[in-house]
Write a protein that binds this ligand. Structure first.
Ligand code: FES
Length: 147
């Protein structure tokens, strides 16, 4: 993580983040580096993403996140702007993720979440039952919906 030493650096960071946020085409991967995912190799995935994207000349921002909640499916990650959620990722799959998701714009089907082996894959994080449930709990706790 970048250290901010003065007001000028803070201003520059703010401008950079604003440009990135407003650019819907910015490529980004949010890799979980929580305890469970780290124990299963997420730092190797981060390193592989940084090396592979540089090798392929692609501008992909690699963001390390805290626990994303689905530890038993880790290491997990989300890609932007596509919003694909990948589970049980290994560093060996990084090249495939870059070429399919970031170059061709399609998901790596084998890494998508499935409720069971017989059900179809779920592509987007917000469509996963686990995250839908979390949103419902927050809405209920804040009085937006009935219990
Ligand atoms: S540690 Fe990665 S999802 Fe919890």
């Amino acid at each position: 993580m970048e250290r901010i030493n003065n007001a000028e650096e803070l201003k520059n960071l703010r401008e950079r983040l604003k440009r990135k946020t407003l650019n819907a085409d910015s490529k980004m991967v949010r890799i979980c580096c929580g305890t469970a995912c780290s124990a299963q190799g997420s730092h190797k995935i981060v390193q592989a993403f940084e090396e592979e994207s540089a090798l392929k000349g692609m501008d992909i921002e690699v963001v390390r996140t805290g626990c994303q909640g689905l530890c038993q499916k880790g290491p997990v990650m989300r890609t932007e702007p596509s919003g694909y959620f990948y589970q049980r990722v290994t560093h060996e799959r990084v090249s495939e993720i870059i070429s399919k998701t970031f170059s061709a714009g399609v998901p790596v089907r084998k890494l998508l979440y499935r409720e069971s082996p017989v059900e179809g894959p779920i592509e987007k994080m917000e469509d996963l039952p686990f995250y839908k449930k979390q949103v419902r709990i927050v809405l209920r706790n804040n009085g937006f919906i009935d219990p």
